[in-house]
Design a protein around this ligand. Structure first.
Ligand SMILES: Cc1cc2nc3c(=O)[nH]c(=O)nc-3n(C[C@H](O)[C@H](O)[C@H](O)COP(=O)(O)OP(=O)(O)OC[C@H]3O[C@@H](n4cnc5c(N)ncnc54)[C@H](O)[C@@H]3O)c2cc1C
Length: 376
């Protein structure tokens, strides 16, 4: 997509929908949106800018005085980094400050290939140098602990307060607590790419041939609906080659495949028929990491490796600020043209990416009318 088309879409509020082409949408495996937003500045030395150190500090907080409109973007993931870049491409009239709690970003897209050894976590990691140097975005590496939609200010964990004309929130997702899991890391989700991804990869590598791997699919809506089924296919392929005699059990909390049923059911039953066992209506209600056992609506089951992907909701800041007014309180309701919050009095706050309730990727099941609750 060229810039003119993008900006035209941005003007109609469709930018948010471009950020989440997970599988069936625009992104899929053909491209990595964050690589576009951050211009592929890997921290693993695989691009031309690898000598730049990771970003460590912020600059020019949104304090006003320049005569420009000021936008604060909270969260430098796929959604936040992309909107920050394209706001600046609109011209020099907007001062953009991106606040991100981590100095580097680890992309989920293609992170399942880390499990099979085809990519490394370093391949997935980007810094924010290009957003600063090429697009003139101010970066602040800090956690936002609260926002004031009326004064249009944000407060940082380090104590400072920044003001703007508009706030864009893009804090991603949070996971539900799984009863019995506690602080155990024996059943990683690997659904936010990072240490959990390498942990799951090492557990798979250490498993004996003939072992049982379990992948759970949470109740929709969740981040990247095709993702768990894609991961199951990828792992089945890897098990076939590397751990002969192993089995992969998919426990789906939903009554059926959430997306792309013809593709995935065919792959599960034909390509990987001897390896994958699929169970619908099998929501995990309790786990015991000591015995690697899962209690589900369809019975109790034990695995040697358990990829437990919990149910999801909007990023914690959205819930903390009471902006989670859609999908039974799980996600943020927004005006689909402007992505402004639909919470009364919060119209200067826009919520994009996986935190909001318009994301087609996250909400395909609702739109299809088969799974989950109404959009609003
Ligand atoms: C295995 C897997 C494969 C996927 N494959 C694809 C694919 O092929 N194509 C595709 O389009 N999508 C894919 N996705 C989905 C995609 O990764 C998400 O839709 C996307 O990351 C959502 O972007 P986001 O910016 O909303 O959230 P995130 O990318 O999670 O970014 C949120 C950011 O906000 C920051 N943050 C949170 N709270 C605060 C705070 N209080 N203060 C400051 N910063 C904060 C976080 O540190 C984080 O950097 C995949 C996902 C998974 C798990």
């Amino acid at each position: 997509m060229d810039r003119r088309t993008f900006i035209a879409l941005a003007g109609t509020g469709l930018v948010g929908t471009l950020l989440d082409g997970c599988g069936g949408g625009g992104g899929s495996s053909t491209g990595n949106p964050v690589a576009t937003a951050l211009d592929g500045h890997h921290t693993d030395g695989q691009d031309g800018d690898s000598t730049q150190p990771p970003a460590t500090g912020g600059s020019a907080p949104a304090t006003g005085g320049s005569g420009k409109s000021r936008v604060i973007v909270i969260g430098g993931g796929m959604a936040g980094a992309t909107v920050a870049k394209y706001l600046r491409l609109w011209g020099d009239a907007v001062d953009v400050t991106l606040i991100e709690q981590q100095p580097t970003y680890t992309a989920c897209i293609m992170s399942s290939l880390v499990l099979t050894g085809q990519r490394t976590l370093a391949n997935q990691t980007y810094n924010y140098d290009t957003l600063r140097s090429r697009y003139g975005i101010n970066t602040v590496f800090d956690e936002v602990v609260s926002i004031d939609p009326v004064a249009t200010t944000v407060t940082l964990a380090s104590g400072g307060t920044l003001a703007a004309d508009r706030i864009v929130m893009a804090p991603g997702i949070e996971f539900d607590v799984v009863p019995g899991l506690g602080t155990s890391n024996k059943m990683p989700h690997a659904w936010k790419a990072g240490p959990q991804t390498t942990l799951l990869a090492s557990q798979l590598n250490a498993m004996q041939p003939g072992g049982v791997v379990i992948v759970t699919v949470p109740m929709a809506p969740y981040r990247c609906p095709p993702g768990p089924y894609e991961r199951a296919c990828l792992l089945a392929d890897w098990l076939q080659a590397n751990k002969p005699g192993s089995k992969l059990i998919v426990l789906d909390a939903n009554p059926d495949f959430v997306v792309e049923k013809p593709n995935f059911s065919s792959a599960f039953s034909s390509l990987y028929g001897g390896i994958i066992e699929y169970h619908a209506n099998a929501e995990v209600t309790q786990v015991d990491p000591a015995t690697m056992t899962l209690t589900t609506a369809a019975g109790t089951i034990r695995g040697d490796v358990v990829n437990l992907i919990p149910r999801q909701r909007a990023g914690a800041l959205v819930t903390k600020m009471g902006l989670n007014n859609a999908t039974g309180g799980r996600f943020a309701g927004v005006d689909v043209l402007s992505y402004a919050s639909t919470v009364p009095g919060a119209g200067t706050v826009h919520i994009i990416g996986d935190s909001c309730a318009t994301t087609p990727c996250m909400f395909k099941p609702d739109q299809r009318g088969t799974v989950g609750s109404p959009l609003r």
